[in-house]
Design a binder for this molecule. Structure first.
Ligand code: ATP
Length: 337
């Protein structure tokens, strides 16, 4: 079975981390007899400057016809590419697992999954200028809250069974009030323990005692901020993968941005991109009931752990390896298994 994978390399460090991941995928294909038809599509700042549009229709159609999609980060056009793709394909659940990896110096031990509502909140893009004012509309609906709460409930059932709903309902009484009420209603249908916390208190507690959290259920903007914080607690933004899931489609991407400060230097950490592909294989393996994909995903994660233990680390996590060296090393590790 050939799986079509739509791949957007993106801007900044996107091409470098994509190339490292692609090298590793070659090894997985031969090891597990997998056949990925990886098709590259353009999107992002560079695409905008080259052809005048950040998300061309060929990219949208490529995504539509693919079995799964993965993208590197895009720069200033994130709203026109990442948020647009999430909206176009109703990728309503943003799943961000964040945990420690061996040998990576961290602020604290952490093992959480952030379940971020991905379709509304301030990311609806409803911004207006009026009479020397700028206004943004925050949309939180019963429908979207209920479906994301169900995702959190299901994930928590497979983990420790604790969900912390994070919001700010003492100030945002209507929007966060609805999120809190509806999320609790929906989660009461699951055998999970539910806590709730204001976002400011939660961001402090996440640094002080991350072990108090397991599954975090939150709104779009709070989830964006808290996941960068959580990734940094684990050691670096460069190791956090993510999935944008809908009912039919899925898009995987590292949680970090295009990191223009280090682009082109071959020092970007490719692990978040590589682990995003691991999440893609898990998702596709489940959907297609393909055990080889699940095994390849598990091998990929254990190979990342082994590579880290053998010192294959970029500067952001205390090493001196180059981005492409990590790709080459993982390729050899997997080939020689
Ligand atoms: P966005 O808003 O698109 O998420 P951002 O402006 O928040 O982007 P990033 O591009 O994620 O920021 O970068 C923040 C910092 O983290 C930068 O100093 C960057 O060098 C570092 N960083 C991000 N990703 C990586 C990576 N993969 N490897 C090494 N350092 C990274």
């Amino acid at each position: 079975m050939v799986y079509k994978i739509a791949w957007i390399k993106g801007d900044g460090i996107g091409p470098e981390i994509s190339d490292a991941a692609l090298h590793v995928i070659e090894a997985l294909e031969s090891k597990y007899n997998l056949n990925f038809n990886i098709v590259f599509y353009e999107a992002g700042d560079y695409c905008l400057s080259k052809i005048g549009i950040a998300l061309p229709s060929e990219t949208i159609e490529g995504f539509r016809s693919a079995d799964a999609a993965i993208k590197g980060p895009v720069g200033e056009t994130s709203m026109d590419v990442t948020v647009k793709l999430r909206q176009l394909f109703d990728l309503y659940a943003n799943i961000r697992p964040i945990k420690n990896f061996p040998t990576i110096e961290c602020i604290r031990n952490i093992d959480v999954v952030i379940v971020r509502e991905n379709s509304e909140d301030l990311y609806k893009g409803l911004e207006f200028e009026f009479d020397n004012m700028a206004i943004a509309l925050r949309v939180i609906s019963d429908y979207a809250t209920r479906r994301i709460a169900r995702v959190a409930g299901e994930i928590a059932n497979k983990r420790s069974g604790l969900v912390t709903i994070i919001h700010k309902s003492n100030v945002l009484r209507k929007t966060c009030g609805l999120f809190s009420k509806v999320a609790k209603e929906e989660l009461s249908k699951y055998h999970v323990k539910v806590n709730e916390m204001y976002v400011d208190a939660a961001s402090a507690l996440l640094i002080r005692s991350p072990e108090r959290f397991d599954v975090i259920l939150t709104t779009n903007m709070f989830g964006d901020i808290l996941s960068d914080e959580a990734a940094q607690i684990a050691g670096s933004l460069g190791i956090g993968p993510s999935a944008n899931l809908g009912e039919e489609k899925a898009l995987f991407e590292p949680i970090h941005g295009a990191a223009p400060d280090i682009a082109g230097k071959n020092i970007a950490n490719p692990y978040a991109m590589i682990l995003s592909f691991k999440m893609l294989m898990e998702w596709l393996g489940e959907r297609k009931n393909d055990q080889r994909l699940k095994e390849a995903a598990s091998t990929l994660e254990s190979s990342v752990v082994n590579a880290l233990k053998m010192g294959y680390k970029t500067p952001d996590i205390g090493g001196n390896k180059k981005t492409n060296e990590i790709g080459c090393f993982l390729y050899k590790l997997i080939k020689n298994l």
